[in-house]
Design a protein around this ligand. Sequence first.
Ligand SMILES: Nc1ncnc2c1ncn2[C@@H]1O[C@H](COP(=O)(O)OP(=O)(O)O)[C@@H](O)[C@H]1O
Ligand SMILES: [Mg+2]
Length: 261
Amino acid sequence: MLEVEALTKRFGDVHAVDEVALVVPRGQMLGVIGRSGAGKSTLLRMLNRLSDPSDGRIRFDGVDVTALMGAELRRWRARCAMIFQQFNLVGRLDVITNVLLGRLNGHGLLSSMTANFTAAERADAIRALDRLDMAQTALQRADTLSGGQQQRVAIARAMMQRPDILLADEPIASLDPRNATVVMEALQRINGEDGITVICNLHTLDTARAYCDRVIGMERGRIVFDGPPSQLDEPTVRRIYGVEAAEQLSESVTSTSLSAA
Ligand SMILES: Nc1ncnc2c1ncn2[C@@H]1O[C@H](COP(=O)(O)OP(=O)(O)O)[C@@H](O)[C@H]1O
Ligand SMILES: [Mg+2]
């Protein structure tokens, strides 16, 4: 169980994350929504300690994550793997090496890209790729893949860390709708089959509705909604996204009902 208490990050006068409190049970698929600048990325970065909080506390299974240092901190970062909008693969390396780098990450040995991997590690990497239907690309350079394929490789790399939590910062923001679906379904499968907690920043409400058990809405660093997506009513959506976006939303509702008619 992940517990966040009064978590705050200040950049000068800006409260990027402002006294956020959150309890995430193991195995939940949690969506974080909000406008650009609401604090979603800052929250995620604090959870895996890429960024240090100004105030507040993070606990995981009773351990104070905010106090970890050195090797313990590296271990924590490995336990919450992160994927990004821009995939962050090493383009000139082949796919399997990119996936194997996920294992190095856990050992804090990222300095060496020419490390020798064992046959067992390579077999693990192929299995991770195979689960994402990407094993056939193992020997291709990463920069020859489409965006959707690169994100699946990034997920395979994250899985090599054997994480408890997978943090995804707008993982489908650069993808076309078809690839977005493939990537969200992959995250959903990992969540369901492996019981890995997934915390996923999402720009769009439709995606959160379709894939998440629970949604948190952020506005100016604060949580303004926390519940199942079915409870997101129009005033709440308006608050989270602003009037303009809420109007677009009701347009999409109208066009859906028209096409259904
Ligand atoms: N490194 C930083 N330095 C200064 N301000 C930052 C930094 N990172 C984020 N911010 C500010 O914190 C707020 C929240 O940003 P962010 O977490 O990136 O929001 P989101 O991911 O929801 O778009 C914004 O006002 C942003 O400008
Ligand atoms: Mg962001």
